[in-house]
Design a protein around this ligand. Structure first.
Ligand SMILES: NC(=O)c1ccc[n+]([C@@H]2O[C@H](COP(=O)([O-])OP(=O)(O)OC[C@H]3O[C@@H](n4cnc5c(N)ncnc54)[C@H](OP(=O)(O)O)[C@@H]3O)[C@@H](O)[C@H]2O)c1
Length: 289
């Protein structure tokens, strides 16, 4: 990564896993990093580790619960008060294959956290990116997007038997639709911000906590969280990256390795669905472009 001095980088879900590594990567290159976390104590502990690594590291911890739109709004309000710019937004936080649950606003938990929370956050902060050079929004997707298929008649799984893996895949497909539509909107306005997506392959983090059988497999199949963070850091900082692209590891089945540009599935390129998801997301969150 080039030097990131004078850049303000906001990372969601920075209290562990990839988010911590992404924050560490940016802080190591001199950026001002805002670690958005739902658990302040956990976030502060991670910030201390980053400062231990680099005494001059400039990291702040701020509370954000993506499963609660009032928290997203409050976060945005405070961020606007405390900062005058945002160069890079990394929409990283996520949950996977959890039991059925709902966000504070009543949305299915995975869709509500992974997609709607980030949708609202991005739109609320975009004005702070308008005056910076090379602004970027990087959103974490997953190989799991490939089995995603949104049911617009039942986004909250009220009419069907809940399938936790399907709901995860759906939310990660939504992350790609969001990236593509966001990019089209920037281009439509002639605004030089770029929206890109990245995935870490299979990285050893706490993400698998809801699947007891999966976590032990991390030891054999997963790469480190630090390696998993590389495609995100690449997407967020490499000068050659273009809007709408998707980055992931270059190794076997895209599960490990160093960052390369990868192809999302055909479905994620569907403009009509991406446009529909955008409209529905505006309606559900009450946050508009
Ligand atoms: N690890 C992988 O192999 C893998 C593969 C594909 C994609 N991904 C994607 O990578 C991203 C990061 O996952 P990870 O592997 O680093 O998982 P992780 O270790 O479980 O970390 C997830 C982070 O998100 C935070 N978070 C969860 N719910 C939140 C909420 N409602 N509001 C704010 N923050 C919240 C967590 O906070 P707490 O610390 O409070 O729990 C944690 O900091 C996710 O989007 C995931 O879908 C990961």
């Amino acid at each position: 990564m080039d030097d990131q001095k004078d850049r303000v980088v906001l990372v969601t879900g920075a209290s562990g896993g990839l988010g911590y590594q992404i924050s560490r990567g940016f802080a190591g290159k001199g950026a001002k990093v805002v670690m958005a976390v739902r658990n302040q104590k956990k976030g502060e502990q991670k910030a201390v580790l980053i400062r231990d690594m680099r005494g001059s590291a400039d990291v702040d911890v701020m509370v954000l619960d993506l499963a609660d739109l009032s928290s997203v709004r409050a976060f945005s309000g405070l961020f606007h008060k405390q900062y005058d710019r945002l160069d890079i937004l990394v929409n990283n936080a996520g949950i996977m294959a959890c039991p059925y649950g709902k966000t504070t606003d009543g949305f299915e938990l995975q869709f509500g956290t992974n997609h709607l929370g980030h949708f609202a956050l991005t739109l609320l902060l975009i004005d702070m990116m308008r005056s910076v050079q090379d602004p970027r929004v990087v959103t974490l997707s997953s190989l799991a997007h490939s089995f995603g298929s949104l049911d617009f008649d039942d986004l909250d799984w009220q009419k069907r038997r809940y399938r936790k893996w399907q709901a995860y895949g759906d939310s990660k497909l939504a992350n790609l639709y969001f990236t593509h539509e966001l990019q089209r909107r920037f281009e439509g306005e002639g605004f030089p911000l770029i929206a890109v997506a990245a995935h870490p392959g299979w990285a050893a983090t706490d993400l698998q906590r809801h699947e007891g059988w999966l976590q032990p497999l991390n030891a054999f199949f997963a790469q480190s969280a630090a390696m998993g963070a590389l495609p995100v850091l690449y997407a967020a900082s490499a000068p050659e990256v273009k809007g709408g692209e998707f980055f992931g590891p270059d190794g076997i089945r895209g599960m490990r390795g160093y960052p390369v540009k990868v192809q999302p599935n055909m479905r994620s390129g569907d403009r009509r669905t991406a446009g529909l998801l955008w409209e529905v997301s505006e309606e559900l969150t009450g946050v508009e472009w």
